[in-house]
Design a binder for this molecule. Structure first.
Ligand SMILES: [Zn+2]
Length: 472
């Protein structure tokens, strides 16, 4: 009898990783990094505590690091099989995994230096492991294991296992996985929602409804709330731009992949509609630049509206000036700009990356604005600011929060409660077992109750990390 083990995203939002041990084969669906919170490092160290060499393959739902970011570690620990993903996901990972590895290397170096400083200052024992979770070389090597699979195409990665990707509408290349296991008792269908998009959102298509499953694993990031409408989001962003830019800068922390491209779409659209003055936008993230190029290459997978807007933009480059900065020098030069700029940088939760420099220069100025457009996980700097911290730590210094802080929900890459319920209502028969993952504990638990009450699904479970269940 096959077994499903929840290695991550269990009563929390990051670290998506599910192990399936079937009759003849063992494999993973997603292999994500834990992010945010003090114990993320420990969880990342411990997450792949099994013989990686025995895994036959990995299926990835999408490129986000909390779904893919432990792949280089898996490969470094002996996994040699193929990793199946959609073509855009493969391309995005080509930029994202080396970038993630680079961050791991920098973090490790920083921790080592700090430990040495502490020893010299008579504090601490200097006992820091100092090894990164994985290296750029590990990441480059594991990219060779990626295999692109088209949406809708049935694929058989091993005897007795078939799967198919359906568009999840979350980010470019994101997929729902339909998986069939031939077991002694018959064939079982398992569906992994991956991350589901919000229907009607700019740029991305709507998530594909799935009609049937025996076992369902569904995300619940925003299972406890409704997003404001897109119209409200446009109003809010237009207001921030027109009131802030004459005096200060607008800083937008954003995931390099997905969110940055959406924000660029909304900003250009506001200018096109005459609701914002002409804009100067810095995209200060080499990864976001690569992701924007990859997104343009897959225009056929995007919605009609974004293709029209892209066309308009090529004819109005003076109205929407988008400056992609590459080198650290170019990035630092932005610090001299005190007003009139929109600065988009990663990471989206302000845990690392160039956004921290822009926060250091703008957060303490009451004429500036910081706009959050994505989920801020517990324990992250982004969450502290959103929760109203008046001072935060940046580069070892206290920085007062004087800029106005805006949280704009309508752009979320994740479906809200209504969208998740709508997608679940697409099942003609309730699955025999439904596992609610990828949500903070209270959110996942509340959403599970809602699915029982409203949709009458039997056996709706919020699994704990490490819990395993029989698939029958
Ligand atoms: Zn995602």
């Amino acid at each position: 009898m096959a077994e499903l083990t929840f290695l991550g995203a269990a009563a929390e939002v990051t670290g998506s990783c599910f192990l399936i041990a079937a009759q003849r084969t063992r494999f993973l669906v997603d292999c994500g990094l834990f992010q945010g919170g003090r114990d993320a490092d420990d969880k990342n160290e411990a997450a792949l505590d099994f013989d990686a060499g025995t895994l036959a393959f990995v299926i990835l739902t999408h490129a986000h690091i909390d779904h893919s970011g432990l792949l280089p570690r898996l490969a470094a620990r002996g996994f040699q099989g193929p990793v199946y993903a959609t073509a855009p996901t493969v391309d995005l990972l080509g930029a994202m995994l080396p970038d993630s590895a680079h961050i791991q290397e920098l973090d490790a170096e920083w921790a080592r230096e700090r430990a040495e400083r502490d020893v010299r200052g008579g504090r601490g024992s200097g006992n820091v492991a100092g090894a990164p979770l994985y290296t750029v070389a590990d990441a480059e090597r594991c990219l060779r294991q990626l295999r692109a699979v088209e949406y809708g195409k049935p694929t058989q990665p091993a005897p007795g296992v078939r799967f198919r990707f359906r568009d999840a509408g979350h980010i470019l290349g994101s997929a729902v996985v339909e998986l069939w296991l031939d077991e002694p008792g018959g064939t079982r269908k398992i569906v992994f929602s991956g991350d589901l998009g919000q229907p009607g959102r700019p740029v991305m298509a709507d998530p594909t409804p799935i009609p049937d499953a025996d076992v369902l694993v569904v995300e619940s990031t925003y299972g406890d709330r409704l997003h404001r409408t897109l119209a409200t989001t446009y109003d809010e962003i237009a207001h921030v731009l027109t009131t802030t830019l004459p005096r200060g800068n607008v800083v937008i922390p954003a995931f390099a992949v997905g969110r940055t491209q959406e924000i660029l779409h909304v900003l250009a659209d506001l200018v096109r509609q005459g609701r914002s003055p002409g804009l100067t936008i810095f995209v200060d993230s080499p990864l976001a630049t690569r992701a924007t190029e990859i997104t343009a290459r897959y225009a056929a997978l995007l919605d009609r509206e974004s293709r029209d807007l892209a066309q308009w933009q090529t004819q109005h480059r003076d109205r929407v000036r988008v400056l992609f900065t590459e080198t650290p020098q170019e990035s630092k030069a932005i610090n001299a700009v005190t007003r009139g700029a929109v600065i988009i940088a990663a990471s989206g939760m302000c845990e690392g990356g160039r956004i921290r420099h822009h926060l250091r220069h703008n957060l303490g100025r009451d004429e500036c604005a910081v706009v959050f457009t994505g989920f801020q996980a517990r324990g992250t700097l982004g969450r502290q600011i959103v929760d109203g911290a008046t001072r935060v730590r940046l580069f070892g210094a206290d920085v007062a929060v004087r800029a106005t802080v805006h949280t704009i929900g309508g752009l979320s890459a994740h479906g809200d409660q209504a969208a998740l319920l709508q997608w679940l209502a697409g099942f003609r028969e309730p699955p025999t077992a439904t596992y609610v993952v990828h949500g903070e504990r209270e959110t996942a638990t509340g959403f599970a109750q809602l699915v029982r009450d409203r949709l009458h699904f039997p056996a709706v479970i919020v699994p704990e990390r490490g819990a395993h269940y029989r698939i029958d």
